[in-house]
Ligand binder design. Structure first.
Ligand code: 26Y
Length: 822
């Protein structure tokens, strides 16, 4: 009854079963007697997607008819995970499907598990985009996502002999969630040169005579909102050879092979997601991906706008485009090109439209993650765009010069073109200049960008152009779907499932914090989730872990700034401390399971070394009879969205321990707390706001503050740098060969000891170890621990991506939800 509308649903269980059977027998061409779990998944998914597409059609009609402003979220990454469970829950028909599948002889959990994750992203930025799509639809905003339909998502990770091995993720064999639109295509141009021409009106215009054309084909993915009929669209572009006469000529003249090669070259553009997270490599194919996707999306957006027969100046009143980091920044240049070269607008009028259309979200301050493209590369691939970029820069620098007449330095510092060898285009600067709002993703991060990397732009544009929108997560996937029992328990105490659409309703839980039965049920759910994870650990690693032990989890991309190395050094320290104890002392210690997961970028040597050390430590510790249950160290292979849905609800304490000032926000920190786990962390990113909300008594904070980082780094390099003695003992143990050949880990050790310890592992180690001792202490008091967990969950309402999307809508996009009748 809590669903006012069963959008995209089935009339009854019978109707659902009939559709499943029909799909098994016709679409899949199988007999019911030969229907395995995989076929049951396919048929169930097809049955639901049939319903979704009907609601999708109605939504698109409604939004077109209403003719109000739309949001376009441009992201190179959408880390969607599985779709079936989410679709069933969002339309409120999981129970019906469960009964129906059971009637047909299947367990719904097994059927759901058959689905391959849609893993079109690296980590936080891609998952944020997916949470945003869920919130946009659930809040009834007219919004589209635009991305690339990679044939290969993020690689699958295998751990072989303790090392990461990358395996391609070919995920499109069977994907019921996409609708190919072979009639929605755009020709995208590359290379060639620019000529000045005189048009019919006698005006000089630039004409880009391109050297290569590639076709973009649209694939649409329906995005169902929760408890609403709104079903938005995620449009992913796939590249194909443009079948021009040229190809036929080649073909006819017997040059078959070269025509096939053309085809393959075109299809390469959308073939693979670049697996780097927070590390820019400047590869030509990546630039091609960016322009291909941006040009196709803008063509599509402009085409839709033109159907309304409005004047161009109304464009920003109809269209808001959000740039998810700088990856789509060429969209700014492309829209300016469309307006001046193709639509004949004057520069200033066009530029006004452009700036009022775009918003830019920055996700990082790490210098190695800030995109730059070489001028010669852009000159070669997009000659007309380079001219426009130079003009944008010229006009921008002219205004800066008028504003700061005697300041040569600022001109050099804010120039979109870096005067290096070769010259480079600073994409973040271009994004700032071409947008009306720039936002960071957590308070500290938004402050940092204003005072460090973008400080000159605050002087130029004033502080109001810069704003903060603290990240959020969708409670539908990250509580209701991932932790159904906890969701039900919360519903039973807060008056139903209203918290799923207004997460602040969680605060009602505080009234029940002393309710015995409630607390017992709460603890039982956590334990059951830990049992499930323990089974997974046993099945995938062979390690037996005790579900009553404290589960300590760090799952995220492997990166030096996230400091998994500090975590494993801490585990070694714990191991050494246990070994040094008498058996009597040892008896009194609290059992712990240290759980790691995450992928290293294939070319990131240090990150791979960290994975190897974690596995090597596990191999020793887990087989040490003296230690037994007191410490286990496990590395879970192939961390992804669906694994996160199992791991996060099973955590007691999770680690968010980046060097202060480096993690823009973090979003898994929010997921862990929402699922009744506590955090050990630094004063970084959203940890700070989580602390403010839940109270500092409910979080384990340690380490230096972001204000202190610069000076510490300086001291390491130019002053005295003494490595923390506890850490030195850990290094000595590694160097004794306890965990295998010390040479294998020499890089990690010397990064701290010999190379300036850029991430301050040594500076924070001692307070990190102390903080873990405080965790142990607190966990011994099980009642106190449960109180902390319940109180924290009750105070997490702020971190819903619904709140976050409403802030974007009001402060950046100026769009309103489209009311739908129940
Ligand atoms: C330039 C290119 C190689 C590149 C590719 C991916 C650069 C960055 C990225 C991904 C960045 C990313 O995932 N950033 C994360 O965004 C999250 C959502 O805002 C934040 O919570 C998290 O702190 C940040 O690291």
């Amino acid at each position: 009854a809590w669903l006012r509308h069963q959008a995209g649903g089935f009339k009854d269980q019978d109707g659902f079963e009939r559709e499943v059977v029909r799909h098994v027998e016709t679409t899949l061409a199988r007999s019911l007697y030969n229907c395995d779990e995989s076929a049951a998944y396919s048929a169930t998914a097809l049955a639901f997607r049939d319903r979704l597409i009907l609601e999708w059609n109605r939504t698109q009609q409604r939004q077109t008819f209403a003719d109000s402003k739309r949001v376009y979220y441009l992201s190179l990454e959408f880390l969607m995970g599985r779709a079936l469970d989410n679709a069933m829950l969002n339309v409120g028909q999981k129970d019906l499907a469960k009964a129906g599948l059971s009637d047909l002889g299947f367990r719904i959990e097994d059927v759901i598990q058959q689905e391959h994750d849609a893993a079109l992203g690296n980590g936080g930025l891609g998952r944020l985009a997916a949470c945003f799509l869920d919130s946009l639809a659930s809040l009834n905003y007219p919004a589209w996502g635009y991305g690339l339909r990679y044939r290969y998502g993020i690689f699958k990770q295998e751990i072989i002999d303790g090392y990461q091995v990358e395996v391609p993720d070919y995920w499109l064999d069977f994907n019921p969630w996409e609708f190919p639109r072979h009639d929605v295509t755009v020709d995208i141009q590359f290379y060639g040169n620019v000529e000045k021409k005189t048009n019919d009106a006698g005006k000089t215009v630039c004409h880009w005579e391109a050297g290569e054309t590639v076709k973009a084909v649209a694939y649409d993915v329906p995005i169902p909102g929760y408890a609403t009929p709104t079903t938005n669209n995620l449009r992913l572009w796939s590249s194909k050879a443009a079948s021009g006469e040229f190809d036929f000529q080649k073909f006819n003249s017997g040059d078959y092979e070269s025509s096939v090669a053309d085809q393959q070259r075109a299809e390469t553009i959308s073939a693979v997601l670049y697996p780097n997270d927070n590390l820019d490599r400047g590869k030509e194919l990546r630039l091609k991906q960016q322009y291909f996707w941006v040009a196709a999306s803008l063509y599509d957006i402009v085409r839709r706008f033109k159907k309304t027969n409005r004047s161009w100046k109304e464009f920003p009143e109809q269209v808001a485009i959000q740039l998810n980091d700088t990856h789509p920044t060429l969209a700014i240049v492309e829209l300016q090109r469309i307006l001046i070269d193709l639509e004949g607008l004057e520069w200033d009028e066009a530029w006004n439209i452009v700036v009022n259309t775009f918003g830019y979200t920055n996700h990082t301050v790490l210098p190695e993650a800030l995109e730059k493209w070489s001028v010669p590369l852009i000159q070669h691939l997009l000659p007309r765009h380079l001219q426009i970029i130079y003009d944008i820069n010229l006009y921008f620098l002219q205004t800066v010069e008028r504003q700061f007449p005697d300041d040569r330095e600022i001109l050099r510092d804010v120039s979109i073109i870096e005067e290096s060898q070769p010259k480079m285009i600073r994409m973040a600067f271009l994004a700032i200049v071409g947008s009306h709002k720039v936002n960071g993703v957590a308070e500290l991060h938004s402050d940092l960008i204003k005072t460090t990397i973008f400080k000159d732009f605050v002087r130029i544009f004033g502080p109001d152009k810069f704003t903060n929108v603290t990240n959020g997560i969708t409670p539908r996937r990250w509580l209701h779907q991932a932790n159904p029992r906890l969701s039900e328990l919360i519903a039973s105490k807060t008056g139903g499932h209203g918290f799923l659409t207004d997460l602040t309703a969680l605060n009602k839980l505080e009234l029940h914090v002393n309710d015995k039965a409630f607390r017992k049920e709460w603890a039982e759910i956590k334990y059951a989730n830990k049992v499930r994870l323990a089974k997974h650990i046993k099945a995938t690693t062979g390690v037996t872990v005790n579900p009553a032990a404290l589960f300590d989890v760090q799952v995220k991309r492997i990166h030096e700034y996230k400091r998994q190395q500090m975590n494993i050094f801490g585990a070694i320290h714990r191991y050494l401390a246990l070994k040094a104890m008498t058996p009597e002392e040892r008896q009194k210690q609290l059992p712990r399971v240290s759980i790691f997961g995450g992928k290293a970028a294939p070319g990131y040597w240090m990150a791979k070394q960290i994975i190897h050390l974690i596995n090597s430590v596990g191999a020793v510790v887990n087989n040490d009879k003296e230690i037994g249950d007191l410490l286990k160290v496990v590395f879970l292979e192939d961390y992804n969205v669906s694994k996160a849905e199992m791991i996060i609800p099973a955590s007691d304490i999770s680690e968010h321990i980046s060097t202060a000032g480096t993690e823009a926000s973090g979003t898994s920190n929010m997921k862990f707390v929402l699922n009744g786990g506590l955090i050990i962390g630094t004063c970084d990113g959203a940890n700070i706001e989580i602390t403010r909300e839940i109270d500092e008594s409910n979080i384990f904070l340690f380490g230096h503050l972001s204000e202190e980082v610069e000076e510490l780094r300086h001291t390491h390099l130019y002053g005295e740098h003494v490595v923390d003695p506890k850490l030195a003992a850990v290094f000595a143990e590694i160097e004794k060969g306890t965990f295998g050949n010390p040479q294998d880990f020499a890089g990690m050790v010397s990064a701290v000891r010999e190379h300036g310890d850029y991430y301050l592992v040594s500076d924070d180690f001692s307070s990190y170890v102390d903080s873990h001792a405080a965790v142990d202490e607190a966990y011994r008091d099980q009642e106190g621990w449960v109180t902390k967990c319940i109180t924290s969950v009750a105070r997490m309402g702020f971190f819903s991506s619904d709140r976050c999307i409403n802030e974007y809508a009001e402060e950046i996009w100026n769009v309103e939800p489209l009311k739908v009748e129940a």
